[in-house]
Design a protein around this ligand. Sequence first.
Ligand SMILES: NC(=O)c1ccc[n+]([C@@H]2O[C@H](COP(=O)([O-])OP(=O)(O)OC[C@H]3O[C@@H](n4cnc5c(N)ncnc54)[C@H](OP(=O)(O)O)[C@@H]3O)[C@@H](O)[C@H]2O)c1
Length: 219
Amino acid sequence: MRIGIIGAGNIGGTLTRRLCALGHEVRVANSRAPETLAELAAETGATAVWAAEAARDADLVIVSIPQKNVPDLAHGIVSTAKPGAAVIETNNYYPRQRDGLIAEIEDGLPESVWVSQQLGVPVVKVFNGIFWKRLLENGAPAGTRGRIALPVAGADGPAKQAVFDLVDQLGFDPVDGGSLDESWRQQPGTPVYGKDYDAAHTVEALAAASAERPANFRA
Ligand SMILES: NC(=O)c1ccc[n+]([C@@H]2O[C@H](COP(=O)([O-])OP(=O)(O)OC[C@H]3O[C@@H](n4cnc5c(N)ncnc54)[C@H](OP(=O)(O)O)[C@@H]3O)[C@@H](O)[C@H]2O)c1
């Protein structure tokens, strides 16, 4: 697949490494000039591009940048992907450590719904709750006992199915996290967040989540 990745830090860089190793054609961007990603490109075979070019004609797009920076992305930046391409977003809202106050999220809007509104396209939420090192090193073949599961939230359809398939290729069990409106079940501070559970425990943890935002994840 042709995959465009916006954000080349812990998660974007890890996904660049893993997806290139799986044989995907990856274009990756950060907030600066492509030259600043020369090392990552040389290491992985990915093509470093300007952010505005990352999604062009892509089969799948990944946005992995600090939540507060999402509004800085150029209008329509992911809309240059192929029609129907999945747009994954991996972000978390960390008001105290990094992002400052985002009023709509504080008022209860799920973090990914806010991202979707900023980007102007439907998104699929995944990879937000796994530490980047686990994502890099702990993928395992399907059927492996204790294989880490990753919740995937978004509208049902081919784009979500493509994300399920990608998660499996990367060595993790995709678990349906429901619609994007239900994606609060996998936000920071929920029972599933950062836990590396297998599929059965992930299903249980998603069901046990509370819609109320934990106090330590409020501004
Ligand atoms: N770290 C984890 O283990 C982890 C796990 C799951 C989810 N997450 C979430 O995933 C997101 C990314 O986390 P991270 O740890 O990978 O962050 P990070 O290491 O700080 O990297 C952020 C990346 O985003 C790029 N960026 C920032 N603003 C941009 C813009 N306007 N246009 C294009 N690129 C931009 C940065 O580029 P520059 O270098 O040019 O600034 C950098 O490459 C966050 O929302 C985080 O909460 C993180």
